[in-house]
Unconditional design. Sequence first.
Length: 272
Amino acid sequence: MIAAVVATLWLTAVPVIGQAPGDTPKAWDPPRTPDGQPDIQGNWNQRNNITTYSLQAGEADRAEHIGITGQNAATGRPIKDPPDEKIPYQPWAAKVAAFHHEQHRNPSKPQYIDPVTRGFLEGVPRINLQGQFQILQPPGYVVILHEYGHTYRVIPLDGRPRLGSNVKLWMGDSRGRWEGNTLVVDVTNNNDQTWFDIVGSFHSDALHMVERWTFVNPDRIDYEVTIEDTKVFTRPWKMAWNFGRNKPEELMESAVWEGNKAPLVILNGREN
């Protein structure tokens, strides 16, 4: 398990060098792309020292992994609503999440290992915390290229119809629109296989998200995502953090593939 956790955590940790969500930004009139979008192209990553180990837990729950990696404590607190910073699970779902948390240190079956550690896609919004990404804006689209796992998102802006409700995707089906300097992305058609974090915070295939990417100045994005799932949660809940602009550079190779050997290491060679 050590190797898999280290591989996941070192890619998600970033220095705290940006503003906290809630700061009041100055008005910004951005340049425009040829099709009229606010031009926000470039390289970005999150600035709030949030890892994807546990979205709800603080330093104490990360102590084991801090000891392994030698990293500083991940002090970022992404959940902004509810005020107690806890995912509002329905009672049955809270029991499942607690079981996942118990299993993540010594899982008894492969399905109790973080899907990302097993080589699957991160899903939204988890991918937004996984290192650097590049935004491109071909006419009528916003395209996000993630360094981690070569993951990408193509977000059309033309109001096209949704995919059929029977189509379920690891990264969901995104549709975007601009509200001033805010890119609003509605994400549906999610499968039920992704986790929000390593310790097993989960959802069903009824997951629906609305992201708000607010470009407040040339070097800062305020990000907020509202998450709802009537099968699993008692109410919608929100997370928020900031992205900062990086110097232009080629995205690094960060290959993650299905069929990697980490699950066998974690399971100590047991086959299930």
